[in-house]
Design a protein around this ligand. Sequence first.
Ligand SMILES: [Zn+2]
Length: 97
Amino acid sequence: MNENLCPVCGYDLGVPAWKGLSPSDKICPSCGIQFGYADFAGGSIEKRKELYRFWREAWIASGKTFIPKTQWKAIISRALSNTTCPPPDAKDINTNN
Ligand SMILES: [Zn+2]
């Protein structure tokens, strides 16, 4: 697995999109995502993964073209409002504990 590949579209960025908690600040020339900005996702790695999924869908829907900044907001808000929280465990809702 090449860690230099864009997590959205697979373009070879030449550097990792993120090194641990440090974003590259790069804009992917293929899908338009900017690491550390468009994918900040409130600092949540889980939400960032979700955002990548939505970004990829938008990228494919656009015919795999560069997504300009003017369209970021729509994708980001859609991705972050998609709360796929797992259901609580039975022990969490058992008030007798
Ligand atoms: Zn990309």
